[in-house]
Design a protein around this ligand. Structure first.
Ligand code: 4AD
Ligand code: MG
Length: 432
């Protein structure tokens, strides 16, 4: 069966008479000649309709067209070097499939909340479609990167009994006779079990955090990819992150130039993303921030402002490593050279996008891990299985999590993560 003809395919059909279905993006008419621009998700197509060369019904039909009407058109494909795809259509026939009266999103400026309330329609705009295509590329690059390096994909549960990152941002739900279940904040703990079975593994799926913050960087549901590698220490973990981030950015530059152009992204900033990335210890970063007048104390996690300032010191992503243990999660390995800190890192994107990756070497000593669980007041019984991994053949291992929306926002150069996912979930947004 022949597949449906798409606008993208038309350059191969110059000189042919074709029919295709699409939506009306815009129209204009001088009274003697009309232009109808169609879109179908693969591109835009200008149809040319000279009044005295088409049937009266066609001319009348074209005059009635409104934005986002779905149509079936027939005509001849002609080469036209000035058109986006290099072709236009000499339209000879048109059939209206579905009318569209007063489409709410017009070329004029609309407010942000107006647009997000109509997100299901807003997605059809060229900018939003470009962002979704970049996201698609980022996701495919993620899968390819790990597949090419012999990682196994392991799907981890979204309903969990154990707490992942921090108790304050858990979504909970009743779970039959077993009490509370929590929506996963991370797949990491399960992935550590899988790493002992398979060596190099990753999980990739949605994660949930009841973030009460309304920042440009936080969603309540976001996608995270998390690799976990047996026998990698913290340094090897950063090497992997560096290769990974370069791979994603390079892939987008290679395959999504038109979309980045639509988004008016300054791609020279992305071309600078080359290994090696600078590495600075948390302690050095804090000293330097203080010297530059930032109000930060040793021991506190870095704030968005601190991260932005650190990023301005370099033209590419930067690693900040070995944070104080109080600022980070319980499972990170104690730093043998400075027990106040843990073997971990954040990867900060340039241009103020902040942390796109959090990673660490994991605590592999049973007794230290148990005491950390107790110190944090976590429910010990929920972690029995996790402690088992340190009881039966413990192993040095490390991993990290990259947030897809923050990465997409950075690659696209858009100010807020909420546009980096088709249907964002935030504290005050649950529909559409
Ligand atoms: O630093 P985080 O919390 O790390 C973890 O969850 C670890 N378990 C990962 C691991 O070692 N396997 O989150 C990782 C990344 C962040 O760097 C950020 O990019 C993203 O997930 N992220 C969010 N993105 C959007 N909205 C939120 N509320 C996010 N919270 C974290
Ligand atoms: Mg983090």
């Amino acid at each position: 069966m022949e597949d449906v003809l798409r606008i993208r395919d038309l350059p191969n059909r110059v000189g042919e008479r074709v029919s295709l279905r699409a939506w009306v993006a815009r129209t204009r008419s001088s009274g003697k000649i009309a232009f109808v621009v169609l879109r179908d998700g693969t591109g835009y197509l200008q149809c040319v309709v000279p009044k005295n060369e088409v049937d009266e019904v066609v001319w009348e039909g074209v005059k009635e067209l409104t934005q986002e009407t779905s149509v079936s058109v027939t005509g001849e494909v002609r080469a036209d070097p000035r058109s986006p795809g290099g072709v236009e259509l000499g339209l000879t026939g048109i059939e209206i499939i579905g009318g569209s009266v007063d489409f709410p999103i017009t070329p004029k400026e609309h407010g942000t909340s107006f647009l997000f309330e109509r997100r299901h329609l807003w997605l059809r705009s060229s900018r939003q479609a470009a962002i979704m295509k970049v996201r698609h590329e980022v996701v495919q690059a993620i899968r390819d990167f790990f597949h090419e390096r012999d990682f196994y994909l392991v799907d981890t549960p979204l309903l969990t009994a154990a707490i992942g990152e921090e108790a304050t941002t858990l979504f909970e739900t009743d779970y039959f006779d077993l009490g509370k279940a929590y929506l996963a904040q991370t797949g990491q703990l399960y992935l550590e079990a899988a790493a002992a079975a398979l060596g190099k593994v990753y999980c990739f799926g949605p994660t949930f955090r009841a973030e009460k913050s309304k920042t440009r960087r936080h969603l309540t549901e976001f996608w995270m990819v998390e690799p976990e590698v047996a026998w990698y220490d913290s340094d090897a973990n950063m090497d992997l992150q560096q290769d990974f981030v370069c791979y994603i950015v390079e892939r987008c530059l290679e395959r999504r130039k038109p979309e980045l152009e639509t988004l008016e992204r300054d791609t020279t900033r992305l071309e600078a993303v080359q290994a090696p990335f600078p590495r600075i210890s948390y302690s050095d970063a804090v000293a330097k921030l203080q010297a530059e007048g930032q109000n930060i104390e040793w021991g506190k996690d870095l704030g968005a402002e601190d991260e932005t300032m650190i990023a301005t010191w370099h033209d590419r992503p930067v690693f900040v490593y070995n944070y104080p243990k109080e600022a980070k999660a319980f499972y990170m390995k104690r730093n043998p050279d400075d027990p106040r800190t843990v073997l971990c890192n954040d990867c900060l994107a340039p241009e103020g996008y902040g942390e796109i990756i959090g990673g660490s070497q994991r605590e592999d000593d049973h007794d230290i891990l148990l005491s950390r669980i107790r110190e944090e007041g976590l429910p010990e019984d929920a972690y029995g299985w996790y402690l088992d991994l340190r009881k039966y053949g413990t192993f040095v291992h490390s991993g990290f999590g990259l947030g897809v929306e923050r990465t997409v926002a950075w690659v696209c150069g858009i100010p807020h993560v909420r546009e980096a996912i088709a249907f964002p979930r935030q504290m005050h947004r649950l529909r559409p």
